[in-house]
Design a binder for this molecule. Structure first.
Ligand SMILES: [Zn+2]
Length: 406
């Protein structure tokens, strides 16, 4: 509310500063791109929205100088809807505090959204997304990152649904679960899904819950597509043909996901799409993925002590990889283009993972820079219709199929 007026800046200097900032903004993004962006539904499939406030206090309605996401910057970036993702970190698993932590985070999400009800509102289906967007507010779809919390238990899933959750991740992030293999837990236990995993998918279909396959193993994703009567969504992902890591999707699997009507959301980070930065991170920052062994080896502790440890990870803002190694926004769009060449323009979406650890493309800093993507897509020669599909129409279409079939 207050950031546009600083009493310590004199009234005479303010217009000059405003003019300067407008000129800088205009230099980065064309007028045509900004107009197209602002008249489109921009629907991001994955933003880590709440951990920062949960662990460090504050309000999502406050503009911050660091991190990637807050509501004022989301407005600046033309964001219309988002998967409002909350992440129960692996720290809570060994003590079996994961379901309790999920409930605490759902409370934090709803409390913060209610405190900012003039700007953001929870959406339970696609029609609500459209209604909230038409009212010039941001629609928030509650989404859980990692579902160790659910433990493959459909009764708990139904409780979370009643609390407003509409999207869940298959598999337990970077950890082994009791119903579906993760891409990146080190070993595969179920060769994909077991019977509990298949029951989990059938119940998600019945309720109208998004099955988010990011972080699952290839076999788990493939079997989820076979089992589900709805399309599935890879909310924040990359392509293995660009960077050959297990977290990214191989071509055969992307084709299968698209054939079932699903979408892949493109994560914004260099680590997913740029081998040079991935290797730099590996060399300079140690292990690129969660250190599960260190968590396993910790002495038992209370949930409040675990909070103190987990808090150090947020906000997750990516690495300090040198600029000359980073992708440009045009390079990033070229990765999306590879998927479009393979499966067409109806199966790609935005899934930035802001505040979940990505290192955005060069010159992109946070959610306020989303119009740079629209600009790059226009430079690439994409039609406005194709760009609108990528920005949000594809994700909305699939979200409607899942949430409004009854
Ligand atoms: Zn993730």
């Amino acid at each position: 509310m207050s950031s546009h007026y600083n009493p310590y800046v004199s009234q005479l200097r303010l217009p000059a500063l405003l003019l300067l900032s407008l000129l800088l903004t205009a230099a980065a993004v064309s007028d045509r791109a900004r107009a197209l962006h602002n008249s489109s539904l921009v629907f991001d499939a994955h933003i880590h929205s709440i951990e920062r406030e949960f662990y460090h206090g504050g309000d999502i309605g406050q503009r911050k100088a660091d991190g990637h996401f807050d509501l004022p910057r989301a407005r600046d970036g033309g964001l219309g809807a988002m998967f409002f993702s909350f992440y129960v970190t692996e720290d809570y698993y060994p003590g079996r505090f994961e379901t309790k932590q999920a409930l605490r985070l759902i409370d934090a999400c709803i409390t913060q959204i209610q405190a900012n009800s003039g700007v953001i509102e929870v959406a339970h289906n696609a029609t609500e997304v459209e209604r909230i967007h038409a009212a010039h507010k941001i629609a928030a779809v509650l989404d859980i990152e990692g579902s160790f919390d659910l433990d493959g238990d459909v009764l708990v899933m139904r409780d979370f649904y009643r609390l407003g959750l509409r999207s869940m991740q298959l598999s337990a992030h970077n950890w082994q679960s009791n119903y579906a293999d993760s891409c990146c837990a080190g070993t595969f236990k179920w060769n994909g899904l077991n019977d509990r995993g298949r029951a989990w998918i059938r119940e998600a279909n019945r309720l109208g819950m998004v099955i988010n396959v990011s972080h699952a193993s290839d076999d788990a994703i493939s079997q989820a597509i076979d089992t589900s009567t709805d399309p599935v969504i890879a909310t924040h992902h990359g392509l293995r043909q660009v960077n050959d890591i297990p977290r990214n999707m191989p071509d055969w699997l992307l084709k299968k996901l698209a054939a079932k009507g699903g979408v892949i959301g493109f994560q914004i980070g260099n680590e997913f799409h740029n081998r040079k930065v991935f290797d730099w991170v590996t060399a300079h920052a140690g292990k690129p993925f969660w250190d599960t062994k260190a968590i396993h080896d910790r002495a038992p502790m209370s949930i409040f002590e675990i909070d103190q440890i987990a808090a150090r990870g947020f906000p997750m803002v990516g690495t300090s990889a040198p600029d000359d190694l980073k992708l440009t926004v045009d390079d990033w769009v070229a990765v999306v283009d590879r998927a479009i060449q393979m499966v067409g323009e109806d199966h790609v979406a935005l899934g930035t993972d802001f505040d979940g650890g990505p290192t955005p493309p060069k010159d992109m800093h946070d959610v306020s820079d989303l119009p740079m993507i629209t600009d790059a897509m226009l430079r690439r020669g994409y039609s406005e219709d194709r760009i609108r599909k990528f920005l949000g129409a594809n994700l909305l279409r699939v979200f409607r199929q899942i949430t409004e079939k009854h």
